[in-house]
Design a protein around this ligand. Structure first.
Ligand code: 2AM
Length: 188
């Protein structure tokens, strides 16, 4: 099964972001972007890819330990950026170092459980808002529109192991479905 490990912002922070995204969607070219669906907005700490179900018991054990070792921490959604012209994201401010440490433990734990985790990219906390489909869209105006976005503070308290089911029917524009299959309170 296809898995990733994430932290999800709580509803009040999501609602503020939704209002900023509503404005972004009025910018030129917005209809050509694939917008991530609001219920799935998350910070990916590690993308695990296809994981053999046999590894799940050890993986969940190790992720639970990683969650235990890092405290709940204060974050806010703030600013924006892009990965080339492919991905538009909103960033995080606050106790980001704690989130980074958690991501490192998650990756190390997953590896010890036998999962092959791509380690070529350094962890860059971001919540993906939109991806460019085939059509090239200049993302700079979107990033500029997010510069002043600074949401309320919230506490990252939960680590989640999420299953991603890719759309099967080949329906253009269909999004993956996310399902949390295990979760742990941080620092407990
Ligand atoms: P992204 O937000 O930067 O696109 C579920 O697909 C999550 O895992 C997404 O948030 C995605 O990050 C992340 N991810 C990281 N590497 C990925 C990959 N190779 N394929 C799909 N998703 C990946």
């Amino acid at each position: 099964m296809r898995l990733f490990v994430a932290v999800n912002p709580p509803e009040p922070a999501v609602a503020e972001l939704a209002s900023a995204v509503h404005d972004l969607r009025a910018l030129p070219g917005a209809e050509r972007l694939r917008w991530a669906e609001r219920p799935g907005w998350h910070f990916t700490l590690a993308f695990l890819g296809e994981v053999d179900e046999a590894l799940l018991p050890e993986l969940t054990e190790r992720l639970g330990r990683a969650a235990h070792r890092h405290p709940a921490h204060a974050l806010r959604l703030a600013g924006g950026g892009r990965f080339g012209d492919r991905v538009l994201w909103v960033g995080a401010e606050g106790e980001v170092e704690t989130l980074r440490g958690l991501a490192r433990s998650v990756i190390a734990g997953a590896r010890r459980a036998g999962v092959v985790v791509d380690g070529t990219h350094s962890f860059h906390p971001h919540l993906t808002l939109a991806r460019s489909g085939g059509g090239r869209v200049n993302l700079r105006p979107y990033v500029a529109a997010l510069v002043d976005f600074r949401g309320r503070e919230w506490r990252a308290e939960r680590l989640e192991l999420v299953r991603s089911r890719l759309p099967g029917g080949g329906v253009p524009g269909e999004r993956p479905r996310y399902e949390t299959i295990a979760a742990w309170e941080l620092g407990r």
